[in-house]
Design a protein around this ligand. Structure first.
Ligand code: SF4
Length: 343
């Protein structure tokens, strides 16, 4: 049994999808996440076992709204979607699951249609991506649209664009997911055949009327590639872990907690929307300045704990040479606060 399999223990390897691959870019500096993902550990189950379950996923209302929006766009061979994308009538093929289909058969069909060079509108293509040495099948809710010689990824999302603006967290997560598909399509067809401009189709304002916006995902693509190559090299990190480290949920909770402590985490508030272990990691990071977010981490470099920051602000703790700048900032902030309160 390989060390990676030992780490995961008796549970089946957790399969990645575009959402989980996209989440890898959320906190690229976290070794704990890199190790758990490379080993295919079931993080939601691990979090539940140690008593820190998280709540992930869309609400039932959001799911129903999303399904209704998508069905409307795809009705009559995507007539409405074509008009939003300004595409002429043409081929539309849904490569979605048939009852007797295997993943490999669907992937082969996808490759055959894409090799044609005139995919038209291609729905549910089954793509693959190599993640930590494992070939991952991606079953995207994705449409690939042929525009001249290039394919363009079209993502249908149910969050609203109101007065030309959408929630930035929702847009950036959609952009990273779309970048996952661009990368997988490029690995299949070559870089020059897949555009880095993706189209997001969302409801406009408070109606279900669709609108399309184009996003350039070049930045997301390079972050993604960097993080995937880091995952590929994480095996050397795994080899250095003490033999007692395991994330097998059949182990007693204290052993699991000890194993988690052995792998360095880098908690940030963004983890709460991107990683299933976030409730545990937030608890573990209580009292650390880094847990307050990247701006605080950057401003208070060298000041590890909130207690230390309060001491420096009050002048009851002497700063080390590396803390001088942060200490001056903290003292000024404390003075301003006291002045504001006394006024
Ligand atoms: S929640 Fe924990 S394991 Fe997940 S990315 Fe954040 S620090 Fe890393």
């Amino acid at each position: 049994m390989s060390r990676v399999d030992q780490l995961r223990g008796s549970g089946p390897r957790k399969r990645h999808n575009a959402r989980t691959i996209a989440a890898l870019t959320g906190n690229p500096g976290c070794t704990r996440r890199a190790v758990l993902d490379a080993a295919g550990v079931d993080k939601p189950r691990l979090a539940e076992t140690i008593g820190f379950p998280g709540s992930f996923g869309q609400s039932r209302f959001a799911l129903a709204r999303g399904n209704a929006f998508e069905a409307m766009l795809k009705a009559d061979d995507c007539a409405l979607l074509r008009s939003v994308l300004s595409l002429p009538e043409g081929r539309y093929e849904d490569l979605g699951e048939d009852s007797d289909d295997t993943l490999t058969a669907r992937h082969t069909r996808t490759r055959d249609v894409l090799a044609d060079g005139d995919a038209g509108l291609l729905d549910h293509p089954l793509l693959t991506l190599s993640v930590a040495g494992q070939t991952v099948f991606l079953e995207p809710d994705l449409i690939a649209a042929q525009r001249g010689d290039v394919l363009q990824v079209v993502e249908i999302k149910s969050f609203a664009i109101v007065d030309g603006q959408a929630e930035s967290a929702a847009v950036s997560s959609a952009a990273v997911q779309a970048a996952v598909y661009v990368l997988a399509l490029r690995q299949l067809l070559g870089d020059d055949r897949v555009s880095h401009d993706v189209v997001l189709v969302c409801p406009e304002n408070f109606s279900l009327q669709p609108t399309a916006v184009v996003l350039d995902v070049r930045k997301q693509l390079s972050t993604l590639k960097r993080q995937l190559s880091r995952l590929a090299s994480v095996s050397s990190l795994i080899d250095e872990l003490p033999p007692s480290v395991t994330f097998d949920v059949a182990q007693p909770v204290p052993a699991l907690l000890e194993s988690l402590t052995a792998v360095e985490a880098r908690y940030a508030p963004e983890c709460l929307s991107a990683c299933e272990l976030s409730v545990y990691c937030r608890h573990e990071a209580t009292g650390a300045t880094a847990a307050l977010g990247r701006p605080v981490r950057d401003a208070l470099g060298g000041v590890a704990t909130v207690d230390e920051a309060l001491g420096l602000a009050a002048g009851t703790v002497l700063p080390t040479p590396e803390q001088t700048e942060a200490a001056a900032l903290l003292a000024a902030a404390a003075r301003l606060r006291n002045e504001a309160l006394s006024a």
